[in-house]
Design a binder for this molecule. Structure first.
Ligand code: ATP
Length: 256
């Protein structure tokens, strides 16, 4: 692949995904570099969530290869795969907390799944993760229905960070937040990436996020990556969708 990144933490090669006769991803290639925040954009319905779900193994692929942390996920043993899964965290679209579980139980869920630790340590981990995302321990026994949209996103991020991952997948983390809440969330992601050395794969429609949080942008169109590079590269592109998206009316409204 042209422009192959030597220290890629995710390597996607020739991925094809099809539902019935509809081909959503068509020989797609993508590298995500260690330590970067990659913003992943593209028209609605282009397959951004499908690619995310394919990488993490929730959607079967027709063809192609996915390596994460240098492990080919199709060739990995069950133990190797679990080892990889243990090193990533996921924030699904709309936060997706378990509605019948409290904040405490939500954050502790992945820890219980992968580690055998005492309740006391579980509670310490939960309080530490709440602190990381700017929430007080007092919210621990609330249910998701008792939280604001912004708090739900933060709890979902705390849950994604529960196992101290090196890689985090964020699927539209700022959707549904007001601009100030979204800006605060972007700043939080940026701070966590810098302090924890995270690699972040972020699906987003939020131009502000792309400007303020992302190191690099990849664009999905017709089942492939049609462009990847800096914001300056995106703005300079002559591709009609990129030009409309990055230089259109909404783009001009974004204050850099
Ligand atoms: N499990 C599934 N079965 C059938 N079709 C699916 C399935 N999951 C996704 N699709 C289809 O794949 C296409 C891509 O969906 P996807 O959710 O990945 O788009 P997206 O780029 O994330 O869109 P948005 O920006 O609106 O969230 C859509 O046409 C969707 O209907």
């Amino acid at each position: 692949m042209a422009g192959e990144i030597s220290d890629a933490i995710i390597r996607v090669r020739d991925i094809t995904v099809q539902f019935g006769t509809t081909r959503v991803l068509d020989g797609l290639n993508l590298d995500v570099k260690r330590g970067e925040i990659l913003g992943f954009v593209g028209p609605s319905g282009a397959g951004k969530s499908v690619l995310t779900r394919t990488i993490i193994g929730l959607v079967p692929k027709l063809a192609g290869r996915i390596e994460v942390f240098g492990v080919d996920l199709d060739r990995a043993s069950a133990a190797e795969r679990r080892g990889v899964e243990r090193r990533w965290g996921i924030l699904f679209q709309q936060g997706a907390l378990f509605s019948s579980l409290t904040v405490r139980q939500n954050i502790q869920f992945p820890v219980r799944e992968y580690l055998k630790v005492s309740q006391r340590l579980l509670d310490e981990i939960m309080v530490a993760k709440l602190g990381m995302v700017g929430l007080k321990p007092e919210v621990a026994d609330r249910f998701p229905s008792e939280l604001s949209g912004g708090m739900i996103k933060r709890v979902a991020l705390a849950r994604a960070l529960a196992l101290d991952p090196e890689l985090v997948f964020l699927d539209e983390p700022t959707s549904g937040l007001d601009p100030i809440g979204a800006g605060d969330f972007d700043e939080l992601v940026r701070t966590l990436q810098r302090t924890l050395g995270l690699t972040v794969f972020m699906v987003t429609h939020d131009l502000d996020s792309l400007y303020t949080a992302c190191d690099r942008i990849a664009v999905l169109g017709n089942g492939k990556i049609i462009a990847a590079g800096s914001m300056a590269d995106m703005k300079a592109s002559k591709h009609p969708w990129l030009n409309q998206y990055f230089n259109g009316k909404r783009a001009r409204a974004v204050v850099v």
